[in-house]
Design a protein around this ligand. Structure first.
Ligand SMILES: C[S@@+](CC[C@H](N)C(=O)[O-])C[C@H]1O[C@@H](n2cnc3c(N)ncnc32)[C@H](O)[C@@H]1O
Length: 340
């Protein structure tokens, strides 16, 4: 449910400005406040308290409950002291670079901070996590509706945004039960960064997202790729089935669907999709070969570090052995014209 329904047990919720959307600047007092929200998807309350996943795909959400208890610094990647802060920022820069090259960021970078007088874009960030992409859009003055099935991640997204630019709302729900468009209004852009791997029926999610978009809207997405994913250093033992069959499952931990190009086009049937293989360097044997120091300096010199990384990306893409072993697909989808 929307942040409008947020409560803070015992202490009481801080002042909520007019909205939704809520001015991020006016939410400053919400930073660090452990608010509760009624989950729109009723399955989430028991999961949040440590219950077993009610369906295989929701194993990821059970895994996050455990993760926040055991290694919170690895999950809150926007915190400067996170061990993977630089890596996750560089990965974000790479994904944005790919979306930009496909024309997916044009409306976002023109207005409103781009200064051409266009209104802010209305963005649905589905599976927003701790707000890695949401904060980038908010920093540019746009309106972001944060949606995640993990309340702890969603809270961190609100905390990172609080006091900054743009305007937001936050919904605790699943990709399987999205906020009603009658309440949110339609969106100009949907951001689906690393979420289509974790949902029950990806085609249904794309249909439900589509129902919440304006006619000219774009979906910016990234997903784990079938063959590169299995080589990643953060893949747990026993999950090699993701390489062979495309689906890796471990109860209470994770459920990952890894895509081939053909499978992605099936999920986006009826959409025109630009797709780029990506993410050789920050994952698996290529990450180790290039060296972890490839990320150093990204906080102060993102463009320079990204340029060096793109040289490596190009070389791995050009080599016949490494070419099919990329970790991710990055894409932009637009509705195909009715007569197209
Ligand atoms: C790998 S993280 C990506 C986070 C963010 N988009 C980013 O790129 O930094 C996946 C996120 O999806 C959320 N998630 C997983 N399954 C979900 C589901 N069925 N519905 C909604 N959110 C889900 C998780 O809680 C997690 O925050």
């Amino acid at each position: 449910m929307s942040l409008a329904r947020a409560t803070v047990p015992l202490a009481g919720a801080p002042f909520l400005p007019a909205g939704p959307p809520y001015s991020a600047a006016a939410l400053r007092a919400w930073a660090g406040v452990e608010f509760d929200l009624p989950p729109l998807d009723p399955r989430l309350r028991a999961l949040h308290s440590g219950g077993a996943e009610p369906s295989p795909a929701l194993a990821n959400l059970a895994g996050y409950v455990d993760g926040w208890a055991r290694y919170p610094h690895y999950l809150d990647t926007l915190a400067p002291d996170s061990p993977v802060h630089e890596k996750k920022l560089l990965e974000r820069a790479l994904t944005l670079h790919r979306w930009r090259a496909m024309g997916g960021l044009a409306t976002l970078e023109q207005g409103p901070m781009g200064g051409n007088g266009a209104p802010p874009q209305r963005i649905l960030d589905l599976g927003c996590g701790i707000g890695r992409f949401a904060c980038w859009f908010l920093d540019r003055g746009h309106e972001v509706t944060l949606v995640d099935g993990d309340l702890r991640s969603l809270r961190h997204a609100v905390w990172h945004a609080a006091g900054g630019r743009g305007a937001l709302d936050a919904w605790w729900t699943t990709a399987e039960l999205l906020p009603p468009v009658a309440e949110t209004g339609p969106f100009d852009i949907a951001v689906l960064a690393e979420i289509l791997n974790y949902v029950e029926r990806p085609e249904d999610v794309i249909r439900a997202v589509s129902d919440r978009l304006t006619p000219d809207a774009a979906i910016l997405f990234s997903v784990e790729a079938r063959f590169g994913w299995a080589l990643a250093t953060d893949v747990a033992p026993g999950l090699a089935e993701g390489f062979f069959g495309g689906l890796a499952h471990r109860s209470g931990d994770r459920h990952v669907r890894c895509y081939t190009e053909i499978e992605l086009h099936q999920v986006f049937a009826g959409w025109s999709v630009s797709l780029a293989p990506s993410h050789w360097v920050l994952s698996g044997p290529f990450e180790m070969a290039v060296g972890a120091d490839v990320v150093h300096g990204v906080v102060d010199d993102e463009a320079g570090v990204l340029a060096r990384m793109l040289d490596w990306e190009d070389r791995f893409e050009a080599h016949p052995v490494s070419a099919p072993l990329h970790r991710a697909w990055v894409g932009v989808a637009r509705r195909r014209p009715a007569n197209g």
